[in-house]
Design a protein around this ligand. Structure first.
Ligand SMILES: Cc1ncc(COP(=O)(O)O)c(C=O)c1O
Length: 398
């Protein structure tokens, strides 16, 4: 027998939180665990622009024949524009290829596997903390992961100086995995000035950016959130960008993302593109169609695109409102607590500066579910549950 001798892998902590939440029959229970956007009623609804695009596709799509390994060309061009705009040097110089991928995760996996083809002994620097799958994917490619300090969870502090100090240890040709915006899970982003310093530093040290952008539109708007992509790809000769449409189109289960490779020259771009497609063929041959066809239709139709921008604005604004309400209520109800940093952060996630014991009290006694390390999804807060949640957290301080 060869299918034996393994130890079972433990449940993913986030899935465990979801399971516990579902099993809890307390009517006041609140889910701040799972990483999806929720609207003012606590639902992860389908966007209107997506419904409209799906109706269009049902009526007009003529074939379900295979896509190519590169995916839907209309989608790829539209994503390229979302990331780089219309007149970025890498577009003018034909130095970027963008390929559809199954979700942001698939895009990261393709990007990392391609990196392995280019540099089998590459070192990838990952922020501490980060989205845990970053480690899983780097590990799956047998590349070396190193960490750079990024955020102090206990104090709610972004550690820019420490980040730069640790990146100072990186060697020429090392790859730096950066969160394009809405860092998961801290919510702490670099300012544009800090990104400029990082870009200059990486140029000087010959470091290569791998930008994971899974929340474009959730920090300051679709265009503004692409700042780091445009900046780094302008200043540095090469980059890998993995983008996701899961959150900003709320099409989580349709698995839509893209990997973009920026190369130093047009000739290299062609060669590199061919290797990315070789990686794709060996894993899933070609990506699934539906979600990317929806996104392509939305982004290539003025009316639907405007509706999408409005819907993304609504999602972002609601999360920001919840952040501010939470901070105001906590300051009133527990003056000795200090959650002011939550209002400054971006995207859906933040860490509550609580001890593991306090987190367990919230879960077990108040039925408020979150990650054991205090990571919460702010989008799980609504006007209906805000009082309940802030009362419960305040009770830990009073
Ligand atoms: C930082 C980060 N990158 C990538 C992803 C992957 O997104 P997708 O669901 O599109 O695979 C996520 C999803 O949570 C994420 O938080």
């Amino acid at each position: 027998m060869i299918l034996s001798g393994l130890e079972a892998v433990g449940d993913d902590p986030i899935l465990l939180v979801s399971t516990l939440f579902r099993a809890d029959d307390n009517p006041n229970k609140v889910d701040l665990g799972v990483g999806v956007y929720k609207d003012a009623d606590g639902n992860t609804a389908i966007l209107e622009c997506v419904k409209k695009a799906e109706e269009y596709l049902v009526k007009n799509q003529e074939t379900k024949a295979y896509l190519s390994p590169a995916g839907n060309p209309g989608f790829n061009d539209a994503i390229k524009e979302l990331l780089f705009g219309t007149d970025h040097p890498v577009l003018k110089e034909n130095r970027v290829v963008t390929f559809q991928a199954p979700g942001g995760t698939g895009a990261i996996r393709i990007g990392i596997d391609f990196l392995k083809t280019c540099k089998p002994d590459a070192t990838v620097w990952v922020s501490d903390p980060t989205w845990p799958n970053h480690y899983g994917i780097v590990d799956a490619a047998n590349l070396t992961a190193k960490t750079y300090r990024y955020y102090n969870m206990k104090k709610g502090l972004f550690l820019f100086d420490e980040m730069m100090e640790d990146l100072g240890q990186a060697n020429e040709g090392d790859v730096i995995l950066l969160h394009g915006c809405c860092h998961n899970a801290s919510g702490a982003d670099l300012s544009n000035e800090q990104w400029n310093l990082v870009a200059d530093f990486m140029l000087e040290r010959k470091l290569v950016p791998f930008i994971d952008i899974a929340y474009q539109g959730f920090a300051n708007g679709i265009e503004k959130d692409a700042y780091v992509v445009k900046l780094l790809c302008d200043k540095l000769p090469e980059a890998i960008v993995a983008s996701s449409c899961s959150k900003n189109f709320a099409i989580y289960r349709d698995r839509v993302g893209a990997v973009s490779i920026v190369s130093a020259t047009e000739d290299l771009s062609k060669i590199n593109g061919s290797h990315v497609l070789k990686v794709v063929r060996s894993i899933y041959s070609m990506p699934p169609d539906h979600g990317a066809a929806v996104v392509s239709h939305i982004l290539n139709n003025v009316e639907l695109r405007n509706l999408w921008i409005k819907e993304v604005d609504e999602m972002r604004t609601r999360v920001k409102e919840m952040r501010h309400k939470f901070v105001t209520q906590m300051a009133e109800k527990a003056p000795s607590s200090d959650f002011g940093y939550i209002a400054e952060q971006n995207g859906m996630f933040s860490y509550l500066t609580l001890t593991p014991e306090q987190t367990q009290i919230l879960i077990k006694e108040h039925h408020i579910y979150m990650m054991a390390n205090g990571r919460v999804n702010i989008a799980g807060l609504t006007l209906s549950n805000m009082d309940y949640v802030t009362d419960a957290i305040a009770s830990l301080f009073n």
